[in-house]
Write a protein that binds this ligand. Structure first.
Ligand code: ADP
Length: 155
C-alpha cells in the first residue's frame, strides 16, 4: 500500500519550517499532499491563489508533492485524497497540547487515520507564520524565512 500523507495547515505563509517538514516527510511517505485549509470566517493575509502558486513552485521538481486547498474537515478531506496519514510539525509544548487533542479527534472521524509528528529542526523552530506576517506587514524583508521569493509589501 502506498503511504500517502496529508499535511494540513493555514500556511499563511508557508515557511522554511513547513518546507523542512515536507522534505523530511518524503523520507517516510511515498506522496505528500499539502492541504491549505481555508476558513471562511478568517481572512488570510497572503491570498490563497498566491500561496498555492508559490508552494507549487517550490516543489515543482518533485512529483511526489501535491498542493490542494480545502474548506471542510481535515480528516475527511485527507481520506478523500486517499491519504492514510496526517503529517504535522511540532515546535514546542504549546503545539503538542493542541495537536494531542486534535489527532485523537481526527482518528475518530476517520478510523485508523494516524497523525505522524516530526519535531522541528532546531534552527527552524523560531519561525512561525504569525511572526512572518507581522514582519512583512511592517515592510521587513522576510525572504530568509521562506522557501521562495516574495515581493515586499507596498508601503
Ligand atoms: P495551523 O493553522 O493548522 O496551525 P500552520 O500553517 O501554522 O497551520 O502550521 C501547519 C503545521 O506546520 C503545524 O503542524 C505546525 O505545528 C507546523 N509548523 C509551523 N511552523 C513550523 C516550523 N517552524 N517548523 C516545523 N513545523 C512547523
Amino acid at each position: 500500500m502506498k503511504r500517502i500523507a496529508f499535511f494540513p495547515g493555514s500556511f499563511d505563509p508557508f515557511t522554511k519550517g513547513h518546507a523542512d517538514i515536507v522534505e523530511r516527510g518524503l523520507n517516510l511517505f511515498d506522496e505528500i499532499i499539502i492541504g491549505i485549509g481555508t476558513n471562511t470566517t478568517k481572512k488570510r493575509y497572503f491570498p490563497l491563489d498566491l500561496m498555492t502558486k508559490l508552494i507549487k513552485g517550490a516543489f515543482k521538481d518533485d512529483g511526489r508533492v501535491q498542493v490542494v486547498h480545502y474548506n471542510d474537515l481535515t480528516a475527511k478531506v485527507a481520506r478523500e485524497h486517499g491519504a492514510n496519514f496526517l503529517l504535522r510539525g511540532l515546535r514546542n509544548t504549546t503545539d503538542f497540547e493542541y495537536e494531542n487533542t486534535i489527532s485523537q479527534v481526527n482518528r475518530q472521524i476517520v478510523n485508523g487515520l494516524e497523525t505522524i509528528f516530526l519535531i522541528t529542526s532546531p534552527d527552524l523552530a523560531p519561525i512561525s507564520s504569525t511572526i512572518v506576517r507581522e514582519l512583512h506587514s511592517f515592510g521587513q524583508d522576510v525572504s530568509q524565512y521562506l522557501p521562495f521569493q516574495l515581493d515586499k509589501p507596498e508601503n
